[in-house]
Design a protein around this ligand. Structure first.
Ligand code: GUN
Length: 294
């Protein structure tokens, strides 16, 4: 029987743990952790992600602030807002939702964030510290995947983890995390990408296969070994007139044909997505505790 790895239930359990700890912090006379999100423009996917982050803050007992800026905002205006948040003592951590409009240099914005408030773990200081196994803010999606596997009893030590996709926010940091000599990691890691010939030959050798390339249904049954564990990071909006919103979320894995072959698989939605959000909550709580000397 294939196990469906329930990211929604796992993330709910973690949020309950965070809420308990937060209640204790507030009862001891400290301010609740405060997360700020900057949302530029009105991209549907980003709107949903940010709304879910704000909702998660409520569940965890955090304070949250949403700052909206129009698509037409200049890079200087956005950088000024980042500077203001860096200096604002009431803010424990903040994120700038990506992607940003094309006229804004995303990397310049990420690098302007104070690494001690970079709860997305995107600043090069955090990325670098993560790469060499130092304490840092880990980027949310890879951190969520590691936690999801750990809490669902999936062994990673000595296993072959194949990651398809080399993005800065998923593939690269996940490869760095999975190869660390640490609990929930200690894996042999292979990263495949658009220039990899014969991807199927490599994915078939995976004990744990992570699909993070953003191509709906890319991973098909012939690319998967019997009994493998499949982690699907894809969340592409595919037009679907039978759905109330006119689209459905599609993962990078052809679930119908792959699920019967593997030992465990994350669904889309309800797999990795909720874990990404809960990782942001974990980082925000850690930032708040550090700032309060707890
Ligand atoms: N866009 C897609 N995923 C993320 C994320 O984890 N953080 C931010 N800031 N933007 C994103």
């Amino acid at each position: 029987m294939t196990k469906i790895i329930d990211g929604k239930a796992t993330s709910a359990a973690i949020k309950a743990e965070i809420a308990r700890e937060t209640a204790g912090i507030v009862a001891a006379g400290h301010a609740a952790p405060h997360l700020v999100a900057i949302l530029v423009g009105h991209d549907g996917g980003s709107e949903t992600y940010v709304a879910n982050k704000v909702k998660a803050c409520e569940v965890c007992g955090f304070r949250s602030t949403l700052i909206r800026m129009e698509d037409s905002v200049s890079q200087e205006e956005l950088l000024a807002e980042v500077s203001r948040l860096n200096a604002d003592d009431s803010v424990d951590g903040f994120i700038v939702q990506l992607p940003l409009p094309r006229h804004i240099n995303e990397q310049a914005v990420v690098e302007a964030i104070d690494p001690s408030k970079d709860v997305d773990g995107f600043h090069p200081v955090n990325v670098g510290r993560q790469a060499i196994g130092l304490p840092c803010f880990h980027s949310a999606t890879p951190m969520g995947i590691v936690e999801l596997l750990k809490r669902n009893g999936i062994e990673t030590s000595g296993k072959h983890v194949v990651i398809v996709g080399r993005s800065n926010i998923v593939g690269k940091p996940l490869a760095a995390m999975m190869m660390q000599k640490a609990e929930g990691a200690n894996a042999t890691v292979t990263v495949c990408h658009s220039a990899t010939p014969n991807i199927a030959q490599i994915t078939r050798t995976a004990d744990i296969l992570v699909a993070a390339l953003g191509r709906p249904g890319f991973i098909t049954a012939d690319m998967v070994a019997d009994g493998a564990v499949i982690v699907d990071v894809g969340t592409t909006r595919v037009p679907d007139s039978t759905r109330p919103k006119g689209f459905r979320l599609s993962g990078d894995v052809d679930f119908e044909t792959v699920a019967p072959k593997c030992s465990a698989i994350t669904p889309v939605p309800g797999g990795v997505g909720p874990m990404t959000i809960v990782s942001l909550m974990i980082n925000t709580l850690a930032a708040a505790k550090r700032r309060r000397g707890i």
